[in-house]
Write a new protein. Structure first.
Ligand code: PEP
Length: 259
C-alpha cells in the first residue's frame, strides 16, 4: 500500500512553550488559515500537542475547527498519588483525542524506558485516546550502526502491551531541534523498516494502515521531499509548529499529498 491510501497527519508538538495568550494567538492564526489549506486539496489530520496547562485554552480555541487536541504525555494509571503527572481520563476530559507516548525528551529527561512507554500506550487506548508512539535512535546509535536494532527494540516493547490502536512517529534524536533533518532516503529506510517490523508484530493489514510520521527539524522547505517517500505519512513538528504560517504550510503539503 502506498502512502496515498493513508490520510496524512500534521502534528504540532509545542513542548514546554507558550503562555495562554500566545496559545490563543497561535490557534487563531491556525483556525483562520486552515480552511484554505484543506479546501480543494486532499485531506489531512491536524493535531496540536500543547503543554497540559494550555489544553483547555486550546480546546476552546479550536472548537468547531478541523484541529484535534493531544496531550504530550500521560501516566499509565487512571488516577492516584502521582504528583505532577496527568492521566488518560484527565486528558480525555480536557478534550484530547491523542497523546504522545515515549517522546525522546521524556525518555531523556524523565528516564522513561521502553516497558513504561508500552504501558502508557495501552493505558491510552483503554481511556479512548490514540497514542502517537515516538521512537528513534541517537546519533551515537546511528554511528554504531545500531539504528535498526534500536527501532525494533523500541517498537516491540511499545506494542507488547497490545494497545488497541496507535500511530507511530519516527524521530531520530540527532535531528530533533538541531536543524539537521534526515534525508528523505534515510527517513524512508527507517520508515520502511518500521512498517516491515509492524507487519511481523501486528500483521500486514494493520501495518499497511498505520500512519508513520517523521519528526526532526521538519519545516516548510523539507516536508515535500519527505512526504513523497512511500512510507512517510506526515510529520510531528516541534519548532516550526510554533509559527502559524510555517505550520500551515506544512499542513498544506500534507493535505495536497496524493501518494
Ligand atoms: C519534536 O519535538 O517532536 C520535534 C520533532 O522537534 P523539531 O521539529 O523542533 O525538531
Amino acid at each position: 500500500m502506498s502512502n496515498g491510501n493513508r490520510r496524512p497527519v500534521a502534528a504540532g508538538n509545542w513542548k514546554m512553550n507558550l503562555l495562554r495568550r500566545d496559545a490563543e494567538v497561535l490557534c487563531q492564526g491556525l483556525t483562520g488559515g486552515l480552511p484554505a489549506k484543506l479546501e480543494g486539496a486532499g485531506a489531512a489530520d491536524v493535531v496540536l500537542f500543547p503543554t497540559a496547562t494550555l489544553l483547555t485554552t486550546v480546546a476552546r480555541q479550536i472548537q468547531g475547527s478541523a484541529i484535534s487536541l493531544g496531550g504530550q504525555d500521560m501516566h499509565p494509571d487512571a488516577s492516584g498519588a502521582h504528583t505532577g503527572d496527568v492521566s488518560g481520563p484527565q486528558l480525555a476530559d480536557a478534550g484530547c483525542g491523542w497523546v504522545l507516548c515515549g517522546h525522546s525528551e521524556r525518555r531523556q529527561d524523565h528516564g522513561e524506558d521502553d516497558a513504561l512507554i508500552g504501558r502508557k500506550a495501552r493505558a491510552a487506548t483503554d481511556h479512548g485516546l490514540l497514542p502517537l508512539i515516538c521512537l528513534g535512535e541517537s546519533g551515537n546509535e546511528r554511528r554504531a550502526e545500531q539504528t535498526l536494532a534500536v527501532l525494533r527494540r523500541q517498537l516491540t516493547a511499545a506494542l507488547a502491551s497490545k494497545p488497541a490502536s496507535f500511530e507511530i512517529a519516527y524521530e531520530p534524536i540527532w535531528a530533533i531541534g538541531t536543524g539537521e533533518v534526515a534525508t528523505p532516503e534515510i527517513a524512508q529506510q527507517a520508515h520502511a523498516f518500521l512498517r516491515q517490523t509492524l507487519a511481523e508484530l501486528v500483521g500486514e493489514e494493520r501495518a499497511a494502515t498505520t500512519r508513520i510520521l517523521y519528526g526532526g527539524s521538519a519545516n516548510p522547505s523539507n516536508v515535500a521531499d519527505l512526504i513523497a517517500q512511500r512510507d512517510i505519512d506526515g510529520f510531528l513538528v516541534g519548532g516550526a509548529s510554533l509559527d502559524s504560517g510555517k505550520f500551515l504550510d506544512i499542513i498544506d503539503v500534507c493535505a495536497r499529498h496524493r501518494g
